[in-house]
Design a protein around this ligand. Structure first.
Ligand code: S3P
Length: 176
């Protein structure tokens, strides 16, 4: 039994799309950032501020391990940095069918320029930060994915429809 896993850069709509798709597929949705915030009783921003990024990354791996053990099939939305750790990629490959919600740096910037919740984007030049991060991360996301969905120029209902169109493939792959 494989879980359905959404990965992608911040702002790619993993949570919004995950919630909507999970309703259609009648499976439970869990967002790892939310799970971590509940576990710690703090926001991601506070965790970064008080404990630092390494501490957060360890919580992320722990959350992933916990959730993948669920006996019921889940739709999991992972924080944008989760696939960067080799151990996490292995866990994703072994236990999930992974969909990468891919967008360009331009699209990411449009969606994220007013963001205040993501600690890694609170820089002097968020546009450059996004470009640099995405350049490094895109090949890693691609290597972790079983399916790549290109989002640029599409709105949420269009992406959702596309996800539903691949539903047959997804089901085939997660039910073995
Ligand atoms: C991060 C992405 C965030 C959150 C944290 C770090 C990242 O999650 O986990 O701010 O390194 O890309 P979202 O992708 O849900 O915004």
């Amino acid at each position: 039994m494989k879980h359905l896993i959404f990965i992608g850069f911040m702002g790619s709509g993993k949570t919004t799309l995950g919630k909507r798709l999970s309703k259609k597929l009648h499976i439970k949705f869990v967002d790892t950032d939310q799970y971590i915030e509940d576990m710690e009783g703090k926001s991601i921003r506070e965790i970064f501020e008080t404990e630092g990024e390494d501490f957060f990354r360890n919580l992320e791996t722990k959350a992933l391990k916990d959730l993948l053990q669920s006996p019921n099939r889940l739709l999991l939305s992972l924080g944008g940095g989760t696939p960067l750790r080799e151990e996490n990629r292995r866990l994703i490959k072994e236990n999930g069918f992974c969909i990468y919600l891919q967008m360009s740096a331009e699209e990411a910037y449009i969606r994220l320029k007013k963001d205040t919740k993501r600690p890694l984007l609170q820089t002097k030049n968020p546009k450059q930060t996004i470009e640099d991060m995405l350049e490094k991360r895109n090949p890693i996301y691609e290597s972790a994915a079983d399916y790549i969905l290109k989002e640029d120029g599409k709105n949420i209902p269009q992406v959702l429809n596309e996800l539903l169109e691949i539903e047959g493939t997804v089901y085939e792959n997660i039910s073995d």
